[in-house]
Ligand binder design. Structure first.
Ligand code: 5GP
Length: 103
């Protein structure tokens, strides 16, 4: 089980910002900005490079839709979205997630 699957299963605590059937959004434990969220599909896809095409395109689109929803709700003027891909791309947790950072 990945760290994020354990958080989804409530085996490890997290500060949950949003959750639905397909996505969970948590606050990063080591924030790099005033707001640092991790937008995570519940489906444990390892990395962008491991996506099944076309099956996983819809859920990845939902990560962006969720970022927009949160940005709209919090009336953010701007934010950064980042996905690290693979160890050499800075990825530490091998369960796809999008960082959402706002100052
Ligand atoms: P990556 O480097 O894989 O793109 O990002 C993994 C992120 O997960 C890092 O920003 C790290 O701070 C965060 N993280 C690692 N362990 C935990 C944890 O137990 N809880 C939460 N909420 N975030 C974590």
């Amino acid at each position: 089980m990945t760290l994020f699957e354990k958080i989804i299963a409530r085996e490890i605590p997290a500060n949950i910002e949003y959750e639905d059937n397909e996505i969970i959004v948590i606050h990063d434990i080591n924030p790099q900005a005033k707001l640092h969220l991790l937008i995570i599909p519940k489906k444990p896809i390892k990395t962008v490079a491991d996506m099944s095409i076309p099956d996983d395109i819809e859920i990845m689109g939902k990560l962006f839709a969720t970022a927009k929803k949160i940005g709209d709700e919090k009336k953010l003027e701007g934010y950064k979205l980042q996905i690290n891909v693979g160890a050499k791309g800075g990825q530490e947790v091998f369960h796809i997630h999008m960082h959402m950072l706002a100052h």
